[in-house]
Design a protein around this ligand. Structure first.
Ligand code: NCD
Ligand code: ZN
Length: 349
């Protein structure tokens, strides 16, 4: 049985690093595991211009603990008023790596999102032209659509149209949660890919209601039926280069989660690789983990593969019960549990 795994250092292709005290409290967890991170732009004041992105990038770099490093890859929050010229300059100058499409009000801090996809068509035109990937939060927002159907509906109502209108646009369907999305990705051309989170591989919607309501398992897109989880596990471990790692680690303080109207999002940066490896081992696919974690993402984004390596070993890793943030704390994914795999931080090959 494999006890040790040395792989090229992975990247996280979807993470929420937040800002201020929260950023300072959590960024080290991402830097410990990953070389680069695609940073989500949904701050309270969203990252909608290159100037905002540059300043945010500097705050992230300043918050990374001295003994660690992380390369933040910045994304632009697309809005009804996005300036296609700013997008183009931001990408050409290396400030932006991708543009993020949140349908308006779909999730945390998305009130500034796009009301109608046609409002960002000139931005999409530029992005297609310069090869800048579009990252999509793939859920429709119509309150009349069942929350468990919103991802599948997004494919029919929006994604197919965008692909038809911009056939050469690179698109990442983020944090997919359904068989519909996994099948759609497999059937699409090479410029359409998807990220899969560690948590959607581990639990289904029953977990959210096991013995009561468990707010720390609530995230968006919400976990679906077991059949969807099983298909996601197949997709992630299939060896297909269309699927890659994106944690969607999205911290909220305990008060914001354990509330009569709790926020969506779970913090998994303290156990992301451990959690993914649990799934890959259970699926007998440890030999395919490096491609999912470290090769498929850079290939899609046209970026070099990292030079550094990391080692994980099966020595057991107890995840903390809480992660302190100023005078409060976060309850992380797998809080207080011991996972089999552990990142060996003493070895950097
Ligand atoms: C994210 C957040 O809290 O910013 N929440 C989540 O449940 N994933 C937003 C998002 O990615 O939807
Ligand atoms: Zn997210």
């Amino acid at each position: 049985m494999t006890q040790k795994l040395t792989i090229i250092r992975p990247d996280d292709w979807h993470v929420h690093l937040r800002d201020g005290d929260m950023l300072k409290a959590i960024v080290g967890y991402t830097a410990r595991q990953f070389a680069r991170a695609i940073v989500m732009p949904n701050l309270t004041v969203p990252v909608t211009t290159t100037a905002i992105a540059q300043n945010y990038r500097n705050r992230i770099l300043a918050a990374v603990p001295e003994d660690l490093k992380l390369e933040p890859l910045m994304t632009c929050y697309l809005t009804d008023r996005t300036d296609a010229g700013d997008i183009r300059r931001g990408f050409d100058d290396g400030i932006y790596t991708a543009g993020k499409f949140y349908p308006a009000n779909v999730t945390t801090n998305s009130a500034h999102g796009v009301a109608d996809i046609r409002n960002i068509y000139s931005a999409l035109d530029s992005m297609q032209d310069i090869g800048m990937p579009l990252l999509v939060h793939g859920e429709v927002t119509d309150a009349g659509i069942d929350i468990f159907d919103r991802e599948a509906m997004f494919i029919e109502c929006i994604l197919k149209r965008v692909i038809a209108d911009f056939p050469d646009l690179k698109i990442v369907f983020e944090h997919i949660t359904t068989r519909d999305a996994a099948d759609f990705i497999m059937e699409s051309g090479p410029n359409i890919a998807a990220t899969i989170t560690p948590h959607h591989l581990e639990f289904n919607r029953n977990t959210i209601f096991q013995g009561g309501i468990r707010p720390h398992y609530y995230c968006l897109p919400i976990a679906k039926r077991e059949i969807h989880r099983l298909v996601l596990r197949q997709a992630a471990t299939s060896g297909s280069s269309k699927f890659f790692l994106g944690t969607d680690s999205a911290p909220h303080t305990v008060g914001a989660k354990e509330s009569s109207c709790g926020c969506a999002g779970l913090f998994n940066a303290s156990c992301a690789l451990q959690s993914y490896l649990k799934t890959f081992e259970e699926e007998g696919a440890l030999d395919r983990f490096e491609a999912f974690a470290s090769l498929n993402g850079p290939k899609f984004y046209n970026l070099p593969v990292n030079k550094e390596k990391i080692t994980l070993e099966k020595s057991g890793d107890t995840i903390p019960n809480t992660i302190p943030v100023s005078d409060t704390y976060i309850v992380p994914f797998h809080a207080g549990e011991t996972l089999a795999w552990k990142l060996d931080t003493s070895i950097n090959v």
